[in-house]
Design a protein around this ligand. Structure first.
Ligand SMILES: [Fe+2]
Ligand SMILES: [Fe+2]
Length: 219
C-alpha cells in the first residue's frame, strides 16, 4: 500500500487501541492522599526528561537533515515542558530542584525506544504513537486538574504543552509519509507502534495497581 494509505491505517489502529488508555469508570480508584497535582507533575518531569533525551539521542544518530531538525525541535519543546512544569511545581510550593527524575533510572518505554535502530521505527514509535498517547493522557490530566480546582495547571497543559505534543505527533506523521514506503518499512513501523502502545498500557495498569495513578501526563 502507499505511504498515505499506511499512515491512515496506522492512525486508525492506534486510535482503536488508545481508547483502552482512556479511564474506565468502573476502574476509577479511590483517590488517596498521594494522588494530587504536584505528585502527578513529578511523574511528568520524568516523562519530559526521558522524551528530551530520546529525541536528542536520535538527533545525533541520523544524517537525514529533515529528521534531525524534527528531533531537534522536539528536544527543545520537551526541555521547555520540563522547565514549565518545574515552575508550576515551585508555584505550588514544591522545589523542583529537589526532584531527581532519573533517580530510579530510565523507564521501560525509554529502554524500548532506545533499542530501536531505524528511523522509520523511531518516528512511528517515538513521535507518531508516543505523542498520540501523550495527547490522550494530557486530556485526562487536564480533567483531573479541573476537578481538583487547579485551573492554572490545566491551562498550562491545554494552551502550551498539549499543542506541542500534537505538533510532535504531526512531525511523526510527516516523516512516516516519507519513510514508510515499502512493505518492510511499514511492517517495522507497525510493530514499533504496537509495542509502544502495549508498553504504555502495561505501564498504566502497573501505575493504577501500585499508586492508583491513571491521569499521569505524558509527553
Ligand atoms: Fe512531545
Ligand atoms: Fe512534552
Amino acid at each position: 500500500m502507499t505511504a498515505e494509505e499506511f499512515v491512515r491505517q496506522l492512525a486508525t489502529e492506534n486510535d482503536a487501541l488508545l481508547t483502552r488508555l482512556a479511564p474506565d469508570d468502573t476502574l476509577k480508584p479511590e483517590v488517596d492522599g498521594a494522588l494530587n497535582v504536584p505528585n502527578l507533575l513529578k511523574v511528568a518531569l520524568k516523562n519530559e526528561v526521558e522524551a528530551t533525551e530520546i529525541a536528542a539521542r536520535w538527533l545525533v544518530a541520523t544524517s537525514d537533515v529533515d529528521v534531525k531538525l524534527a528531533f531537534a525541535r522536539q528536544v527543545g519543546d520537551e526541555a521547555r515542558h520540563y522547565r514549565l512544569i518545574g515552575d508550576r511545581l515551585r508555584a505550588l510550593g514544591f522545589d523542583p530542584d529537589t526532584v531527581d527524575p532519573l533517580a530510579k533510572g530510565y523507564g521501560p518505554l525509554f529502554m524500548y525506544l532506545d533499542s530501536l535502530t531505524t528511523t522509520v521505527e523511531r518516528v512511528a514509535a517515538g513521535q507518531f504513537t508516543r505523542e498520540a498517547i501523550a495527547v490522550v493522557k494530557n486530556r485526562q490530566f487536564i480533567e483531573f486538574c479541573e476537578r481538583a480546582g487547579d485551573a492554572e495547571t490545566a491551562t498550562l497543559y491545554r494552551d502550551t504543552i498539549e499543542p506541542d505534543e500534537r505538533y510532535h505527533h504531526d512531525l511523526g506523521r510527516r516523516l512516516l509519509l516519507r519513510l514508510a514506503t515499502t512493505p518492510d518499512a511499514q511492517d517495522a513501523a507497525r510493530r514499533a507502534a504496537r509495542q509502544t502502545l502495549a508498553l504504555a498500557e502495561e505501564l498504566q495498569v502497573k501505575a493504577l495497581a501500585t499508586a492508583g495513578i491513571h491521569h499521569a501526563p505524558g509527553c
